[in-house]
Design a protein around this ligand. Structure first.
Ligand code: PLP
Length: 435
């Protein structure tokens, strides 16, 4: 009997070792990590340079409490993150995960409002569906009923607007009118709430598990930035999944040249080597809060030197091997191979994403984008079929299907074209059985 427990009841083999894009269980069975875990292991497993950097740091120190010491890895990693981020995003606050990064972003925004005479601003508008984390604050921003419902009485209800799922609404992704249509929903919500009460808007530039790699339609990102500016609303990008290089640029917002006021990153930032995340914020926001006595927030393990040394080595490895370029190039190959599947399988309704953050959606009828019937929630079955073929892909259990039955195919950024062939062979074998 195992003493561990998680959401899933599916029995899983015991992991033995992992290297590159492959993982082996205790019985020697090999799996392709076609989802980088939960879109985490961006540079693959057991990277020698990262392991060496971690060993070297362990010989010096593994922990120095942030209120007692600055650390060299911390300073160097913060400088690297600021250099990779767009102009103005220059202050870095370390945490140990995505939920912590989102909570930190929201609390910094709020404290900034308080110290700048805008204490009436507290509402954070988010999108539906969305996922921003599992702690109560981040959960209040999350638009995903099965995850939020049991906890509703314990959370402040934050306003939600629809995510721009143009593919479901039958709208043209390339038409700027489509982007304007969805962005106008933010403006309407701000006006309905009372602009003076709205603190921030938070969105995932390229969607994660809740929307299945949703890419915004033309014009959307620019329009959102303009609307936030018009009403003095801070724009927070949750790049916990899309940040760190997976989409082919360091941040998802970079794909559209949109600079938010605060960004949350994690997952691929620690890349499976250490729990690590960061909030990156506009310099003047942090300075205002610092001048008023400092940011009243923090987590004990934040910015520990071991995590920072690993994070730094991950970013150096990405730079040294142009892994963002590889994610863009090989990701485009993978995406077009996934798109080709639409000719073979009528139940694939959409293929979307950027770089190595890709997903396909399963539908009963592509013309109407009707979801799979509930009895055919065989969608989890597809993931299991792929698993049996030795390919790990990622799905979010929709339990009702309203968020769409999508499957994320997000291998590590080091994946080669030959490995894309391997992934596709296994996926097709699973899809044939699913059909
Ligand atoms: N935000 C996004 C977009 C995510 O995808 C996730 C995790 O899946 C989180 C926040 C929460 O991150 P964590 O699970 O590290 O707390």
């Amino acid at each position: 009997m195992s003493h561990l427990f998680y959401l899933s009841t599916a029995a899983r083999p015991v992991l033995n070792r992992a290297e590159g894009i492959y993982m082996w269980d205790r019985d020697g069975r090999r799996f392709i990590d076609g989802s980088s875990g939960a879109m985490v292991s961006n540079i693959g497993h057991s990277n020698p340079a990262v392991l060496a950097a971690m060993r070297a740091q362990m010989d010096k120190s593994t922990f120095g409490y942030r209120l007692h010491f600055e650390t060299e890895p911390g300073e160097r990693l913060a400088a690297k993150v600021a250099a990779l981020s767009p102009a103005g995003l220059e202050k870095v606050f370390f945490v140990s995960g995505g939920s912590e990064a989102v909570e930190s972003a929201v609390k910094l925004a709020r404290q900034w409002a308080v110290v700048t005479g805008q204490a009436q601003r507290w509402k954070v508008i988010s999108r539906f569906p969305s996922y921003h984390g599992s702690t109560l604050g981040a959960l209040s921003l999350t638009g995903y009923d099965p995850l939020t419902d049991p906890f509703l009485p314990m959370m402040v209800q934050m306003p939600k607007i629809p995510a721009p799922r143009a593919y479901l609404d039958g709208l043209d992704m390339e038409d700027p009118a489509t982007g304007a249509h969805y962005a106008a929903m933010l403006e309407a919500q701000i006006l309905a709430e009372g602009p003076g009460s709205v603190l921030a808007f938070i969105q995932e530039p390229v969607g994660g598990a809740s929307t299945g790699a949703l890419v915004p339609p033309a014009g959307y990102m620019q329009a959102i930035r303009t609307i936030c500016d018009r009403y003095g609303v801070l724009l927070i990008h949750d790049e916990v999944m899309s940040g760190g290089g997976r989409v082919g640029t360091f941040l998802g917002g970079d794909l559209w040249g949109i600079i938010p006021d605060i960004v949350a990153i994690s997952k691929g930032f620690g890349a499976g080597y250490v729990p690590l995340g960061a909030m990156v914020a506009r310099g003047d926001i942090v300075e205002a809060v610092q001048a008023a006595g400092g940011f009243v927030h923090g987590h004990t393990y934040a910015g520990n030197p071991l995590a920072c040394a690993a994070g730094l080595a991950v970013l150096e490895e990405i730079g040294r091997n142009d892994l963002m370029g590889n994610a863009a190039r090989v990701g485009a190959v993978l995406k077009s191979r996934l798109k080709n599947l639409m000719q073979r399988y009528g139940f694939i309704g959409d293929v979307r994403g950027e770089g190595m953050l890709l997903a396909f959606e399963l539908v009963a009828d592509r013309a109407t984008m009707t979801p799979l019937p509930p009895a055919m929630k065989a969608f989890d079955t597809l993931v299991e079929l792929a698993y049996a073929e030795g390919l790990i892909v990622y799905s979010r259990r929709t339990r009702g299907g309203y968020a769409g039955d999508h499957v994320l195919v997000c291998p590590p950024m080091i994946t080669t074209e030959a490995q894309v062939d391997e992934i596709m062979d296994k996926l097709i074998r699973a899809l044939d059985q699913f059909a």
